[in-house]
Ligand binder design. Sequence first.
Ligand code: CP
Ligand code: NVA
Length: 311
Amino acid sequence: MTRHFLRDDDITPAEQAEILDLAVSLKADRWSQQPLEGPQTVAVIFDKSSTRTRVSFAVGIADLGGSPLIISTANSQLGGKETPADTARVLERQVAAIVWRTYAQAGLEEMAAGTRVPVVNALSDDFHPCQLLADLLTIKEHKGELAGLTLSFFGDGQSNMAHSYALAGAMAGMHVRVASPVDYAPREDIVADADRIAAATGGSITLMTDVNEAAAGADIIVTDTWVSMGKEEEKLARLRDLGAYKVTQELMSLADGEAIFIHCLPADRGYEVDADVIDGPQSVIWDEAENRLHAQKALLVWLLAKQGEAA
Ligand code: CP
Ligand code: NVA
């Protein structure tokens, strides 16, 4: 049965835990699974820039015995010249899975609806679910059990990262706080989905404007760029509006004494986070960046296994 991973809640909380456990075992024994032996090819398509996602998918697909085909939309027919649905029909006869970094979530949905191979969201304007698998793996490594932990996000609550923390954090039974100006609060429908999930897992999602309140006693402090890809024209307004949401050492001191700092990267030091925090002892950003590899390999192994199961 074909399963896609377009948003964090395209899997159940139990499936999220299963994928994270698989990631732990793949990290311990890197070449233990070879589902792409052949080699089979996985298409990895980019409409936006990338370092971590490009490298971790390319290396991960090779680790799994496969061959990555990295495609830039700038020099392919996708992106104005050919629809996602038609692209999917072409690719599915030759590749085992399609990974796509794009703008609109609707494009991913069209791609997935048009194909019988798994489609993975490698970041859209709305969500970054692969990053969340890596982040949860990192938190698990540093904190143990995810359920019951408090994760506080600061900054652009409408960013793909904030939305993914709301959904994936709620799925993991975490208490997610999103601190942002009211005009940058997360999308209402996504908060409603996170609320529904949290009611079943024992987690919660709380929107806040007061940074001190949001940081108080938190186990994980997190932020993201104030100017996501595609928002460059709003840069000046965003620097002005989000200035009070910077993660500083002073803010970190309000969190739990053992709190960790995470950031999906790339970071703008001095804007969303001060250098002494992101480069300081509580920061686990390099583990987080490495964990993209292990988490995405686990996701691919899991999706390919589902593909082999009867509907
Ligand atoms: N965090 C992340 O997705 O990084 P890249 O944009 O470099 O892929
Ligand atoms: N919110 C950021 C994440 C980058 C990995 C962006 O979309 O640009």
